[in-house]
Design a protein. Structure first.
Length: 596
RNA sequence: GGGGUCGUAGUUCAGCUGGUUAGAACGCCGGCCUGUCACGCCGGAGGUCGCGAGUUCGAGUCUCGUCGGCCCCGCCA
């Protein structure tokens, strides 16, 4: 049976929000509007919890007060929209509800307008929902009514508001850059937009406004920022959406330290205002080299220990052939000591082996340190010297376990970095209330891509090399340092940036090293190189993942929780069902034919 | 592109080694109820077991395929 409500607001105006009434308003006539959370019908009295984003207030329908309103209230169901008018009264003392902010008062309804009926909601609108995510995303508007969803969006809004205020106070100007722009090589796959006016040609949606913000510096803007949507057509993860929001910043006449200083001020403010946490400045700095060697990653989570230990020297020429063999081939042997890890069962060790296998490790060796005895498949191959070196390097005690991975360094680092996180989480070493911010600095400029057989940028092609390394560029490119920096929060790269190349000759040299010759450079970046040639000032900046920041600061598990209308893992909007087919006529106009 | 996991009533789940009519809770519908706030009490409805093949006398259960959600690898300068 379809329920239809036909009342309109008419001349009623909302007096206050549902979460606001207090005892000081008792005796006043009030008009409230909102959604019916629940109805409790006692036959005589009917109670309705009226909800809006500010909270919940109880409204009472008493037939002795208004027969007509009471009669209408019988129709009310969950999530119906209504407006009520009546007298705010103090509740009888024994009926006060200390569980809600408005619990000392209630509205005695004299008149009600039923504004819109709701279908039966597929899941209850409660803070703790156990509804599946696909149901929640399909009915996102219902999910957003949950206080927790709202809290995520509010925190996000407060964050971007503080950012704008702070940067405004520091001389930054927010400038919008194009969404329809030019596809450039390097980086992620582009989202393309066909041009109707130029059939066969395409705009690309920006992966970031990188070149535009640099050109704004050439334009003399001096200090720019933008809170801007970016697009990357790659597969999704819990912390990756195809469209996401960056805080993009750029400053003129700066060295890395100047950028770091502005950012630290901003972060300190955000943590203080949003979380009540006083961060100590300056933030710790860690070289890329140290991050890789001690944590196996360029985004170390410093909230717990379990640092990597290098055994490569200790196992050179070892009887443990899987170790010595790897070392002979130029690989490394590294490991992690876990205090009290001796309790891991065989099954757990097998699971951990499978776990590191995801990252390419061919095995996970281990030694359990028991009193006077080393339990391990490799124990009998260990020499006395190796044993003492292991002890010295790990400072292991009885009851501990040491894990080893031997392979090429990339595999060892990725395996152990992820094993470290996995163990840290599983052993409860990570406090939810801790926040660790660290700058990772001194990145190399280039790395070698074995698959493409060429150098690629560690950061991006516009990052400036260290001046002292300029001579090495053509001779030993891999030893050239860069002016890049990342800000890492709890093991998540929340921001990354660099001081840029501002001279066209140097920019061309770097592009050349990346295998982009003068012709291609001219075609893809000609406009940019030309701009650099008209007096580009030294400049640098940084970009932050707003979604990731919001996720961490609100304690959400997924980026989807802090985005109003996120995409599913298959990049589908479950609410609108995008992407979808289009009319043949639209395709024809664009000069596009699809292949099946 | 690959690996894992899940898919049963509106929702969250149970359903054993394949075996009569697929269950529970919440929600929903009807009735009663003037101090509830997860109201209570009585009664009731509600299922293409994601979809399609296969094995079998017999499939929610086993096999294969397929679609979808989530997690991960690859990918993400």
């Amino acid at each position: 049976m379809e329920r239809v409500f036909t009342d309109h607001l008419g001349d009623w105006k909302r007096g206050c929000c549902c979460g606001e009434p207090r005892t000081d308003g008792v005796g006043r006539e009030l008009t409230l509007m909102g959604w019916a959370q629940t109805r409790r019908d006692h036959g005589g009295l009917i109670f309705v919890d009226l909800r809006d984003r500010t909270g919940i207030v109880q409204v009472v329908f008493n037939p002795e007060v208004s027969q007509a309103a009471h009669e209408k209230a019988k129709q009310i169901r969950s999530e119906d929209v209504l407006s009520v008018r009546g007298l705010l009264v103090r509740r009888p003392p024994e009926t006060v509800n200390p569980g809600i902010a408005t619990g000392e008062v209630e509205l005695v309804v004299r008149d009600v307008r039923l504004l819109n009926a709701s279908q039966v909601p597929p899941f209850p609108i409660e803070d703790e929902t156990d509804a599946n995510e696909n149901t929640r995303l399909k009915y996102r508007y219902l999910d957003l009514r949950r206080p927790q969803s709202l809290a995520h969006l509010l925190l996000r809004y407060r964050m971007t508001k503080k950012i704008r205020d702070y940067l405004d106070g520091h001389g930054f100007v927010e400038v919008e850059t194009p969404v329809l722009t030019k596809s450039t090589p390097e980086g992620a796959r582009d989202y393309l937009v066909p041009s109707r006016i130029y059939p066969g040609k395409f705009y690309a949606l920006p992966q970031s406004p990188q070149l535009f913000k640099q050109i704004l510096m050439v334009g003399g803007l001096d200090r720019y920022f933008q809170i801007v949507r970016c697009f990357r057509d790659e597969d999704l993860r819990a912390d990756r959406q195809p469209e996401f929001t960056q805080l993009d910043m750029e400053m003129s006449f700066v060295q890395p330290e100047d950028v770091l200083e502005v950012v630290e001020g901003l972060m300190t403010l955000l943590f203080k205002e949003l979380k009540g946490i006083e961060l100590r400045r300056p933030f710790p700095r860690m070289s890329w080299e140290e991050a890789m060697s001690r944590y196996g990653t360029d985004k170390p989570d410093l909230r717990f220990g379990l640092k990597l230990v290098d055994f490569s020297l200790a196992f050179k020429g070892s009887q443990v052939k899987v170790f010595s063999g790897v070392i002979e081939r130029g690989g490394v042997v590294k490991g992690i000591r876990v205090s009290g890890g001796g309790i891991f069962s065989r099954k757990e060790l097998d699971d951990l082996t499978t776990f590191v296998g995801q990252y390419g490790a061919k095995g996970l060796a281990w030694i359990k340190m028991a009193d006077g005895e080393w339990q391990s498949p490799i124990a009998k191959f260990l020499s006395e010297k190796e044993r003492s070196e292991i002890l010295e390097l790990t400072e292991a005690n009885s009851g501990d376990i040491i894990f080893f991975v031997a392979d090429e360094s990339k595999v060892v680092h990725e395996s152990l970095a992820n094993l470290r996180l996995h163990l840290g989480e599983r052993l409860g070493l990570i406090s939810e209330k801790d926040y660790s911010l660290v700058w990772v600095v001194d990145f190399p400029l280039l790395e070698y891509d074995a698959e493409e057989k060429r150098y690629i940028s560690v950061h991006h092609p516009f990052t400036a090399p260290l001046e002292k390394d300029l001579d090495l560029l053509e001779k030993e490119p891999l030893r050239v340092g860069s002016k890049a920096y990342d800000l890492v929060l709890n093991g998540v790269e929340v921001g990354g940036g660099s001081v840029r190349i501002h001279q066209p000759d140097l920019q061309k040299r770097i592009l050349g090293l990346l295998g982009i010759g003068p012709e291609e450079a001219e075609e893809k970046f000609g406009f940019f190189l030309e701009a650099l040639g008209f007096g580009a000032p030294p400049h640098g900046g940084i970009a932050f993942g707003i979604d990731r920041m919001a996720m961490i600061l609100s304690g959400a598990r997924s980026l989807r929780d802090v985005i109003a209308f996120p995409k599913s893992q298959r990049a589908v909007c479950l609410l609108t069902d995008a992407p979808s087919s289009v009319d043949a006529k639209q395709l024809k106009e664009l000069g596009i034919k699809t292949v099946d």
